[in-house]
Design a protein around this ligand. Structure first.
Ligand SMILES: C[S@@+](CC[C@H](N)C(=O)[O-])C[C@H]1O[C@@H](n2cnc3c(N)ncnc32)[C@H](O)[C@@H]1O
Length: 372
């Protein structure tokens, strides 16, 4: 198919955010990113012609438990209602099958401490699709606004293990090239699917992790390089005999951070299936969103408090891959004990020397439209 793989199983293994509502509670920084992207969503809603004879459909691709986007969705629905009091509104939450959709519906139905929008709007239809964004998710021509934040750096597959690191930011040579190529193909696949789903005049607003113009990326802005710490602690576990060589190597995160040029390329190349499908990039800019835990630490100065608050946010998106790297023969309890010890080690490091730790987010905020 145009845009690369449409494999039935296109899905990287061992990726899942921690469920049970843990995700939204631990990742307030991700909410700050979505709050910052809300103005782009509202600008698109303001500009576009609203559908007649069908619902306006807003989809959140890679929604996790929906808590971090709840205020963005509320604002979008409010803007739509202000324009049309009777237009049926549909919100579709999309994530991988292993995502905790129960937590999502508890949040959206107002059954948690997070304030929901559900009862604020008449004519609102909320549903979910447990389908990877590497596959078709919505019927052709039915999507008006596709949103995604902090999700599309997850690749559909690992092109290889990285011999000496846990993330592509530490890859070199052929390994780095393989990740870049996987990232290129995956981006094209995502965009081709969304291009088919979008109604003419519809829009995509994405806030995707990136490598910015200054070479910065997640956790590499403040001095301590987060991915190097992940790697060095995992390597220490190997040196101490807590894990084996194969387990060390298997901890390769299936992620790739694209540059602005890499994001823009398929829109700009007239021969690309993305361009042929009518998708055009309207705007793209990079932004750094400060780590809220490091900012709190600057105020309170309590290293132990900082370490206790900070490590869960790292854990929320790395734990399933670390766990998956451990040999199944160990059994779940022994694997969990290693994982607990791993994050305890990281927490002890932060407690002992907190300066420079932090996970600033580095995103490319972009808007694309399907030609009307
Ligand atoms: C860091 S969370 C971001 C959640 C939320 N969008 C936010 O910004 O707070 C990344 C989410 O992307 C989802 N994800 C990763 N790969 C995906 C895929 N192929 N299809 C759909 N969702 C995916 C993960 O399951 C996870 O829920």
């Amino acid at each position: 198919m145009a845009g690369g793989q449409d494999k039935g199983s296109a899905q990287a293994d061992d990726i899942a955010m921690r469920g049970g509502g843990y995700y939204s509670l631990a990742t307030i920084g991700a909410k700050h990113v979505i709050d910052a992207a809300t103005a782009l969503v509202l600008a698109e809603i303001e500009r576009m012609a609203l559908p007649r004879g069908r619902a306006f459909t807003l989809a959140d691709f890679g929604c996790a438990d929906g808590g971090t986007s709840i205020d963005m969705v509320r604002a979008a629905l409010g803007a739509l209602r202000a324009r049309d009091a009777a237009l049926p509104l549909a919100v579709v939450y999309c994530d991988q099958p292993r995502n905790d959709f129960n937590a999502l519906f508890q949040i959206v139905n107002g059954e948690t401490t997070i304030e929901s929008y559900r009862d604020a709007f008449e004519g609102l239809h909320v549903s979910a699709s447990a389908t990877s964004f590497y596959r078709p998710v919505l019927p052709p021509g039915s999507l008006d606004l596709g949103f995604s934040a902090t999700a599309m750096h997850w690749l559909s597959a690992k092109p290889c293990e990285i011999a000496g690191h846990v993330q592509a930011v530490g890859a070199e040579g052929a390994e780095l090239a393989a990740f870049a190529e996987q990232g290129r193909r995956d981006w094209e696949t995502i965009l081709c699917h969304r291009a088919r789903e979008l109604a003419p005049g519809g829009a995509l607003v994405f806030a995707n992790f990136c490598r910015d113009e200054a070479g910065r990326y997640l956790g590499n802005t403040t001095g301590v390089h987060m991915f190097d710490r992940f790697n060095e602690i995992w390597r220490a576990f190997l040196a101490e005999g807590r894990i084996g060589e194969a387990e060390y190597r298997a901890m390769t995160l299936p992620q790739y951070y694209k540059t602005v040029e890499e994001f823009a390329a398929p829109f700009e190349d007239p021969g690309s299936p993305v361009h042929e499908a009518g998708l055009r990039l309207q705007a793209i800019e990079t932004r750094v969103t400060p780590c809220p835990f490091a900012a709190d630490f600057k105020r309170h100065g309590d290293a132990a408090l900082f370490a206790r608050a900070y490590i869960p946010t790292l854990r929320s998106w790395t734990e399933s891959t670390f766990f998956g790297a451990l040999a199944a023969e160990r059994g779940p309890e022994a694997r969990q004990a290693i994982i607990d010890a791993y994050y305890d080690r990281y927490e002890a490091e932060v407690r002992a020397a907190p300066e420079g730790h932090g996970m600033d987010y580095v995103h490319a905020f972009m808007t694309a439209r399907k030609v009307a």
